[in-house]
Design a protein around this ligand. Structure first.
Ligand SMILES: *[C@@H]1O[C@H](CO)[C@@H](O)[C@H](O)[C@H]1NC(C)=O
Ligand SMILES: *[C@@H]1O[C@H](CO)[C@@H](O)[C@H](O)[C@H]1NC(C)=O
Ligand SMILES: *[C@@H]1O[C@H](CO)[C@@H](O)[C@H](O)[C@H]1NC(C)=O
Ligand SMILES: *[C@@H]1O[C@H](CO)[C@@H](O)[C@H](O)[C@H]1NC(C)=O
Ligand SMILES: *[C@@H]1O[C@H](CO)[C@@H](O)[C@H](O)[C@H]1NC(C)=O
Length: 301
């Protein structure tokens, strides 16, 4: 009796050890995974710490920048460039609107992104170049039988009476309108715009103009969201049809020529995968179950 019990116990202990041995591979792997996870967690913590530090630095920088901007604004208030005198008479544009100065002297937005309005047959394009303070030189190009338009929004929504510059095809020439965009409709309004040049080539409309852009919060560097539209124009009664949006940007700094303008209308969405986590948990559960059964068997004996 005693001998049999001793033998049985020995056999079970051996079996338990063997089972642990059999699963030594996954156990080691799991250990490695855990170690890796720990390392990642540590790395994340470090990254978070760094981010916090960076955020602090940025905050400090922003404060300094804001202070500088305020100072600059105060100085500028006294010496600010005079606004553009409204004059929407159009002269002929002799050059072709193109990408040459993009990312260097002028900020460019385009749909499709990076298309060249001087060569492409389908390219909606806006270029902005700071002249002095709130005075900018704009270039607008696109294909439409009616009009093309560019909107400057002081928030990330296009609408709510946002300043809009419209270049329309009136038969053979370009007509310019200042307008406010609200609730998907354009209402013509005189804006601080001058030096308008334009040309029509088939359905391609190109125009350049100088404009004094709306005054934004001086403490904010990313002040405007851009929109490019097209729509119908009735040359008989001069009405502008509802605008169709072709490009919408996030808030950006209009004076930063090197900025890349992303069209948020077509930006893809991505979601992270969780597969590896599930596998790790499954392995751990199997091992825990085996060890528990082994301990239980030993306890019963
Ligand atoms: C615009 O053109 C018209 C006709 O050519 C002219 O009478 C008018 O003075 C011009 N407006 C400005 C502001 O130059
Ligand atoms: C390209 O655009 C620039 C202004 O950005 C203009 O000065 C130049 O003449 C244009 N080139 C052509 C070939 O039209
Ligand atoms: C836009 O302007 C019009 C006319 O001034 C006004 O009636 C309307 O309420 C304004 N819309 C917004 C969103 O401010
Ligand atoms: C638009 O063009 C037509 C001729 O095609 C002309 O009669 C009309 O005066 C033009 N409208 C304006 C506002 O220039
Ligand atoms: C343009 O406007 C006139 C006058 O309101 C109207 O009779 C005509 O049908 C309109 N044309 C188009 C293409 O909508």
């Amino acid at each position: 009796m005693d001998n049999r019990l001793v033998f049985l116990t020995a056999l079970l202990v051996t079996l338990s050890w063997m089972s642990v041995g059999t699963y030594a591979g996954p156990t080691t792997a799991a250990a490695t995974t855990t170690a890796a996870a720990t390392t990642t967690a540590a790395a994340t913590t470090t990254a978070a710490a760094t981010t916090t530090a960076a955020a602090t630095t940025t905050a400090a920088a922003t404060t300094t920048a804001a202070a500088t901007t305020t100072a600059a604004a105060t100085t500028a208030a006294a010496t600010e460039a005079p606004p553009i005198m409204p004059n929407t008479n159009v002269t002929t544009l002799m050059t072709a609107i193109n990408r040459t100065d993009c990312g260097d002297e002028q900020l460019c937005a385009a749909a499709p992104s990076d298309c060249d309005p001087s060569t492409s047959s389908s390219c909606f394009f806006l270029a902005a170049k700071q002249i002095d303070g709130r005075n900018f030189e704009f270039g607008l190009s696109g294909e439409s039988d009616g009009y093309i338009a560019a909107t400057l929004s002081l928030d990330s929504e296009l609408g709510g009476n946002d300043t809009t510059y419209v270049c329309a095809n009136n038969g053979s020439g370009v007509l310019f309108f200042g307008a406010l965009l609200d609730n998907g409709m354009l209402t013509v309004k005189e804006l601080e715009v001058g030096s308008v040049k334009g040309k029509i080539d088939g359905n391609k409309i190109q125009c350049t103009f100088s404009a004094t852009v709306p005054r934004a919060l001086p403490t904010r560097t990313k002040q405007f969201a851009l929109g490019i539209f097209k729509g119908a124009y009735n040359s008989t009664d001069g009405t502008l049809g509802s605008p169709i949006v072709l490009l919408k940007s996030g808030l950006l700094d209009l004076t930063n020529a090197i900025a890349t303008v992303t069209n948020v209308l077509t930006s893809p969405t991505t979601s992270p995968t969780t597969t590896s986590h599930a596998i790790t948990i499954q392995k751990s559960l199997t091992q825990a179950l085996l060890i528990t059964v082994g301990v239980l068997v030993l306890t019963v004996l």
